[in-house]
Design a protein around this ligand. Sequence first.
Ligand code: AMP
Ligand code: ZN
Ligand code: ZN
Length: 405
Amino acid sequence: MKRILWIAVALTALFAGCATAEKEKDAYVLMISLDGFRHDLASMANTPTLDSLRAVGVYADIAPCFPANTFPNHYSMATGLHPDHHGLINNTFHDTELDLPYAISNGEARKNPDFYGGEPIWNTATRQGKPAHVYFWVGVEAKVGGVEPELWYEYDGNVPFKQRADWIIEALHRPEAEIPRLVMAYFEEPDAVEHSYAPDSPQTIAMVEELDSVLGYLFSSLRTSPIFDKLNIIVTSDHGMTENYPEKYINLYSLLDNERIERVVDGVPFYLAPEEDYIDEAYEILSAQPHMEVFRREAMPEQYHYGTTTSRITPLIVLPELGWRIGYSERDYPPTPRSATHGYDPFERDMQMIFYGAGPAFKKGYTHDRLFQNLNDYLIVCHILGLEPAPNDCVWEDIEGLFAE
Ligand code: AMP
Ligand code: ZN
Ligand code: ZN
């Protein structure tokens, strides 16, 4: 209890003097992504730092873009574009024009700028004379458009969280003229622990509390930064998470003529490329299946903004009902006892996640009740830093209520 109060007092004191700070000209942004931080995780754990951030700033439950997976969403947060418009249409896909695969685990693909469209926020800032530091983010290692931020690190999940906090602390304690205007940092939890143990497991709660205490250490250390009263802090995420059960599984293998399937990409959503003259029949067969929906690439529901990147999106996309999984295997699926995943309809409550914003640009003690998608982070950062945004899919009306007058 003592600690909660201490952090709340510290943060309030820090942000109180902010009204006097000059606006965009003098603004700084620290944006942190906590992978898979579902909207309700903080309420299930003891999170004094996040609670304090909320008390002195804004909070919103937000939605991912389609598909609700890590790579498309981090790059949407960076570019303000839907995945169909920036090209990273899923964590894994095959580009039939480049004739190249893209996958999280494929370092060569991750570094190939041909996969990445749009203008990431670190490029928008850098081009407009506002230096950026990026301590891990999807896309930064590709040097999109030949531009790279002043400082960036290649993703390494072995770097301890405290070390990542220390990078930020060091950057924001430089002599004022050398402090980057934009700092971005990524933490791969609580996603990984939720996948293994479920979102409401003791392991997830413990991880949420560990992340909260790393943030507590970080924010209290930032109090001595020369720019603290001009700093805007955003803590957000890429998607939520939902629990899976072994019995909620559909194996498509026996339903289809396997000789006529050219490619499948496992996961949620599940991607299927039948031979050209088998697409209609495969669509009809799959349409009759319960607990899933099959979409033709060119007829996706409008709210997904998806389907035009025909070199990367397969002709059919199968979206299981929340909690269900799709497979394509000759063998019976080996059921995993208890696990969780994401990638479902972004407008399902379980897929939704957190947005905290605190600092001079944001209202204080305000909860935003208008659901917005995380690609709007791009416009939020542009607005705070006074940057001219590149063409984007952001919706100003969805986010304008977050800002202080
Ligand atoms: P997923 O849960 O499959 O959507 O992906 C989450 C995983 O993506 C994390 O556990 C990280 O290991 C990995 N990841 C996140 N960012 C990067 C990156 N920039 N480079 C490589 N892997 C990453
Ligand atoms: Zn993720
Ligand atoms: Zn995940």
